[in-house]
Design a binder for this molecule. Sequence first.
Ligand code: PMP
Length: 449
Amino acid sequence: MTRKGLPGLTAQIKDKLIQQALERRLRQAEHGSSVAPLAHPSAGEVNIPPQHYSFRHHPGYQQIRIINDGAARLGIGSPFFKLHEGIAGAVTHIGGQEYINYSSYNYLGLSGHKVVADAAKKAIDDYGTSVSASRLVSGERPIHRELEQEIAKAYGVDDAIVFVSGHAANVTTIGHLFGPKDLILHDELIHNSVLQGIALSGAKRLPFAHNDWAALDAILLEQRHQFEQVLVVLEGIYSMDGDYPDLPRFVEIKRRHKVFLMVDEAHSFGVMGNTGLGIREHFDLEGGDVDIWMGTLSKALAGCGGYIAGETALVEHLKFLAPGFLYSVGMSPPLAAASLAALKIMLQEPERVTTLQARGQLFLELARAGGIDTGTSTGLAVIPAIIGGSIKTARLSAALFERGINVQPILYPAVPEKSARLRFFISCEHTEEQIRQTVQAVVEEANRL
Ligand code: PMP
């Protein structure tokens, strides 16, 4: 399958043939047929295929090997697990070189900010690096409560609860609150953590077309009465596309059908609204218009962890019973302190949010003018350059890397093969010059492919 082994063909046709061969091998690996069956069992021997007792033969591992081997044969360095040697902001250092960086969701430039770092260091001095217990038993520290109160205030709701991971927040909240008699409807582009939570809950799962509130309304009209609790899950800003739902429409539908509404603000808190308070501020909604506000501390808030904000009955329930909270350690003090400090800076310096929004708009306008397919992006922090074809996209990412620009290619199966893309995360610390230089390089290299 080397390119040299296909003489007389153009580079594009060679790429296509290699791509097809890779896809064939992927399909085989998924069905386990790339692993040779065992010879006829002898007496007393059980015929168990190796993929059932050997990690080396596990279909998931086989899939990774095929993709990595294929990329290596094509001479494309792996775009994964790149080693960043310092703070990843608008610029980063990899292999001793400086790059303009679009691969990190340090939207407000607060990871690496001195005040945030000092708050984390002080929390270590005050409380240590671990609280050494679940919050419920003896892991509770003042910094947890302060962070939760500030988050609740930001949403205009009763209370909030922080979890040690954003992913875990979704899994355990949805997994705990819903069950087999319930229905969970979600935007078709919803994050993996929501899907995992739904699987755990045992509820019936139905996706609806992206941002299509009318499709949701139609499903509810037909199905609501067959279930007990019904949950609708959306994202504030969709992490692969950079667009957002018409939230007031969803709120109206939620009220009419008597269902719960949950919004994952991982990429919208700190990004949308005049002061960064998210999609609620953008649409001027009340905190109580959404039942479950979810977000992560790992993006604009420069820490690590997730939160749920809402009414007391929801938060107290989760604090006492959600397994991912109850049976997990309390958030590490420096992380809680870092996100609390970041939230305060965000509110004190709304120009960070304004600049982030302006830089995103500039990127979007220049990219569109240069003929780049930015899909449905609104220019709010996440801007894809949809290239189509994983190999082509990986090559473009590698070519930009050569020019001092670090941007992650998002490849199949993270997105459909035909919409493989470069995903640009914008930071308020990107300069206009960096954005102009980047878009020009993307246009030039995309045309060269
Ligand atoms: N929700 C969404 C929409 C996300 O994009 C992510 C991760 N990027 C998560 C939840 C999980 O958050 P975390 O990485 O902080 O665990």
